[in-house]
Design a protein around this ligand. Structure first.
Ligand SMILES: Cc1cc2nc3c(=O)[nH]c(=O)nc-3n(C[C@H](O)[C@H](O)[C@H](O)COP(=O)(O)OP(=O)(O)OC[C@H]3O[C@@H](n4cnc5c(N)ncnc54)[C@H](O)[C@@H]3O)c2cc1C
Length: 530
């Protein structure tokens, strides 16, 4: 399917393009947005000033919620075929690991994708590009955004090619998925408030690494530094992340990093396939929406790599926004549906940035108190704690709640403007959260539509009545395996898999029909894709 239309213009100019959604930036966020829109049947165009996916590994971890989204898109088998499971975490002090805690059962029973998967950003990007191309929607590479104007029909954007040809694109909506230095954000006058961490960080994808627990995520402290490592598949291959304290403006070389690693942690490596240094920012855009323009991913929020949340948060912004856009462009929902994007995703970003900022400040603090703590207290206390850590950490790791936070499946949204007031400020176990997994209830989410789930036994007559009342597909799951769900419960599920409402049966669900897409007979659920 051609996703945009061209018009004839005079000689010497590139013809303008028209589309419903123009996405600027084909990083993980823009690519995921495009794949979701493709699956939902929305016309879009995706442009990037680069000439292909990133060659750098960059983000590594793929959290369970991201895998659930890949599953909904019918792509999870391709992801799993390339991804590796992070087996354990090994905290330590200087050159000594203090315990090795298996990630073995982390998340079992709460998601079809337990554990923490490692699949580097460049491979995620290639996989998404391939999915787009397979269905006839290639990325418009080599097109950089130069200007945009909003008007009553939407947005006109000006894209410039390498040979300085400017191309006009008219779109109903424009999405800035163009990274931390977003031109869309700047052209829209949206502030990006926050702080820049004073230290310089390095990342190295290193081979023939010695001095680490090989098959684990290593977290090491010393009086002056910290080191976080991720295994990268082959023996001795690790991503190394750390801080280098340098005088203002002084660069960090790989050689200086090697000597820090050796001195502080007894770690050495042969060569690296990627070495980079960067400053960490903690910032959130003042708005995620300005009229017909939206921000997503790093364009909307940036934070430290602690917790491996960056790419995953962008993937989820994209999925959320695509579902909202489809409801407005194809489902007949009003424009206010799009306000839910900022209302729901910005608080998630604010909380994430606050948490990672605090964590990072604690880990990298350079005050005399922090240095004394690391130099004098930790070396004495940590070895004494080692045997206890070995017993306590596995128990902590097994707790579902910790996993749910890290894997981003515990995210909560206030899903209507008055939801918080109506709930008295108390977050529910089901409403406002991603649907609890019941082992058999995720396959039907692949249709990416509004739907009603009935848990426990119910007769055909009641199910038919609910179909007529709600004007949505109704799916029944006789056996209730997840303790968050209960027999005799009807659940209203949004296309992004989040629960908007629940009701004990028998009950009328006629008021849920306001969410049913207009003009579509949904009494027969569409078959799952892929
Ligand atoms: C050195 C480094 C290491 C990192 N390590 C980690 C990590 O370990 N874990 C983690 O979770 N995250 C990490 N991150 C962050 C992670 O890479 C980002 O969160 C993620 O890339 C965000 O994806 P995005 O699609 O929103 O933005 P980006 O990946 O930045 O993609 C933006 C895209 O927009 C394009 N673009 C920009 N401007 C324009 C324009 N004017 N016109 C057209 N196209 C444009 C760019 O070419 C790019 O392709 C790291 C980042 C860096 C820089």
């Amino acid at each position: 399917m051609t996703q945009h239309e061209t018009q004839e213009t005079g000689p010497g100019t590139q013809e303008p393009l028209t589309t419903d959604v123009l996405i600027i930036g084909a990083g993980p966020t823009g690519l995921m947005l495009a794949v979701c829109l493709q699956r939902l049947g929305v016309r879009f165009l995706l442009a990037d000033r680069k000439h292909g996916p990133t060659r750098e590994s960059r983000a590594l971890a793929l959290q369970a919620r991201s895998l659930e989204i890949y599953d909904q898109l019918g792509l999870v088998q391709r992801v799993l075929a390339q991804a590796a499971l992070a087996p354990a975490i090994a905290p330590g002090f200087r050159d000594t690991p203090l315990a090795t805690v298996s990630f073995g059962s982390l998340g079992k029973g709460v998601t079809p994708f337990p554990g923490i998967h490692i699949l580097e950003q460049s491979r995620n990007e290639r996989l998404l590009v391939a999915a787009l191309e397979e269905r006839g929607d290639p990325v418009l590479w080599g097109h950089g955004l130069r200007g945009l104007e909003q008007h009553d029909r939407g947005v006109t954007a000006h894209l410039e090619t390498d040979d300085r040809v400017v191309r006009r694109v008219d779109a109903r909506f424009l999405i800035g998925a163009d990274g931390a230095s977003s031109a869309v954000r700047e052209l829209s006058g949206i502030p990006f408030d926050g702080v820049t961490n004073p230290d310089t960080f390095y990342v190295a994808d290193a081979r023939a690494v010695t001095g680490l627990v090989d098959d684990a995520v290593n977290l090491r402290f010393s009086a002056d530094d910290f080191l976080l490592t991720f295994p990268q598949g082959a023996v001795g291959h690790h991503r190394l992340i750390g801080v280098v304290r340098t005088p203002e403006g002084e660069g960090v070389t790989e050689e200086a990093t090697r000597s820090t690693l050796s001195r502080e942690f007894g770690v050495a490596y042969g060569d690296s396939t990627w070495f980079s240094t960067y400053r960490v920012h903690h910032r959130v855009a003042g708005r995620f929406r300005s009229g017909a323009v939206f921000l997503a991913g790093d364009a909307a929020h940036v934070h430290s790599p602690v917790g491996a949340q960056g790419m995953n948060t962008g993937l989820q912004d994209a999925h959320h926004l695509a579902c909202a856009l489809a409801e407005v462009l194809l489902g007949g929902s009003g424009d206010e549906r799009l306000d839910r994007y900022e209302a729901e995703r910005r608080p998630v970003a604010l909380r994430l940035v606050r948490t990672t900022d605090r964590l990072f400040s604690a880990v990298t603090a350079d005050s005399s108190f922090a240095r004394t703590l690391r130099a004098a207290v930790l070396p004495r206390v940590l070895p004494l704690l080692a045997p206890i850590l070995g017993r306590v950490l596995p128990r902590v790791a097994r707790r579902a709640r910790l996993f749910e936070y890290v894997s981003q499946i515990r995210i909560h949204y206030w899903m209507t403007p008055d939801a918080r007031r109506r709930a008295g400020g108390r977050r529910g176990r089901l409403i406002g959260r991603r649907l609890a997994w019941n082992e058999d209830n995720f396959a039907v989410l692949r249709s990416m539509d509004w739907q009603v789930h009935v848990y426990g036994d119910s007769d055909e007559q009641s199910l038919d009545r609910m179909r007529r009342e709600s004007r949505m597909p109704v799916h029944q799951f006789g056996t209730v395996r997840n303790p968050r769900l209960a027999g005799g419960l009807a659940v209203l599920v949004r296309p992004d898999g989040f629960v908007l409402d629940t009701r004990r049966l028998p009950a009328s669900v006629a008021d849920w029909a306001v969410h049913a897409p207009r003009g579509r007979d949904v009494s027969e659920p569409p078959p799952p894709r892929d």
